[in-house]
Ligand binder design. Structure first.
Ligand code: SF4
Length: 335
């Protein structure tokens, strides 16, 4: 696969099957067959860094719950949709999603270091998810070049930090050379899920960007901020990249006041400003993670009294059909 250095895509030690997980003690032998069936539909990947965070003695471990396949993933609830954020109808050229005025997504690859069981792009991302080939990438960059209303280019995927530093650096240079692009943003799970990929070369590629560069780090539990993750984030912070945190409210992972407070505090200690807490998007087979909005609002109200404003993200939900994000509250004025 061009553009991803071999160690970035296929670390020999990343667990990529039900058998790998069972062998590592992360899946009971009697759950292997069902997990293998899930694996034929949705990719599996658990990096060594994530595997080390899982408490094998805890059947309800919040880290394991995010990554270990479960038979319920093969059951699609009536309200669940293959493309819940409706990327497809807003794709003017391959690799680009243009849903909002002034900003657009560039998806240079569809591979991730880990595969989250609640992923809203789970029908698109996966081990087969390649890098945009040269003609498609040129087409996507050409779209950004001629669409002069775009001020913010957002790299997502998949996970853009899986690209080789050289290829990522080249894409960032092309984008920042466009006079109308004022801001660059990258969404990534790499700093917490595969902190070893945050090499000096990768930090150098991000640090070479001269326009404002924001990195949105996806993390859902305080324990994801391991010492290696905090070190990787520190390396990125020192290059001048602004670090923001985005999380998904997930049943069994962070659906308590204590878990959310610990998560937001862990982010701040790692120099990451909590930015968005997302309501779960209804992707197929993700119902076991759903937390009702009313419960989310009550949790955030409770957290609000315990943390400073710095630790306070905006709680948001994607409206169906690609109609955009709405802040959910809680509201305070007059309440
Ligand atoms: S890292 Fe992001 S895109 Fe990749 S599987 Fe997880 S939620 Fe989906």
């Amino acid at each position: 696969m061009p553009g991803i250095s071999s160690h970035r895509i296929m670390s020999a030690r990343t667990l990529r099957s039900a058998a790998d997980l069972a062998h590592a003690g992360l899946l009971p032998a009697d759950a292997m067959e069902a997990a293998a069936r899930v694996g034929t539909r949705y990719s599996i990947a658990v990096t060594p860094a994530v595997a080390a965070l899982i408490d094998r003695a805890d059947p309800a471990d919040p880290i394991a719950r995010q990554y270990i396949p479960h038979p319920a993933e093969l059951l699609t609830a009536p309200h669940e949709q293959e493309d819940p954020t409706a990327d497809a109808p807003f794709t003017p050229v391959e690799g680009v999603v243009h849903r909002y005025p002034g900003r657009a997504l560039l998806k240079p690859l569809l591979a991730c270091p880990v595969y989250c069981r609640f992923c809203f792009r789970r029908e698109a991302v996966g081990a087969d998810g390649g890098v945009l080939g040269e003609p498609a990438l040129e087409g996507a960059l050409g779209w950004f070049q001629r669409t002069t209303t775009i001020r913010e280019a957002i790299l997502t995927g998949g996970d853009p930090l899986m690209l080789s530093p050289r290829r990522l650096g080249a894409i960032l240079r092309r984008l920042e050379a466009m006079p109308h692009i004022e801001l660059l943003r990258i969404h990534s799970r790499v700093p917490v899920a595969a902190p070893d990929l945050v090499t000096p070369a990768l930090a150098g590629a991000l640090g070479a960007v001269t326009k404002p560069l924001y990195l949105c780090v996806h993390a859902n539990h305080a324990r994801e901020f391991s010492s290696a993750a905090v070190e990787a984030l520190g390396r990125l912070h020192r290059t001048g990249v602004v670090l923001l945190g985005q999380s998904v409210l997930l049943r069994g992972v962070n659906d308590s006041t204590e878990a959310l407070e610990a998560l937001f505090r862990a982010m701040l200690r790692a120099r990451v400003k909590p930015y968005y807490l997302h309501q779960l998007d209804p992707a197929p087979g993700t119902a076991r993670f759903a937390v009702p909005v009313e419960e989310g609002l009550a949790l955030l109200r409770a957290v609000r009294g315990r943390v400073s404003g710095l630790a306070w993200p905006t709680y948001v939900q994607e409206r169906p059909g690609g109609a955009g994000k709405v802040p959910l509250g809680p509201a305070y004025a007059g309440s």
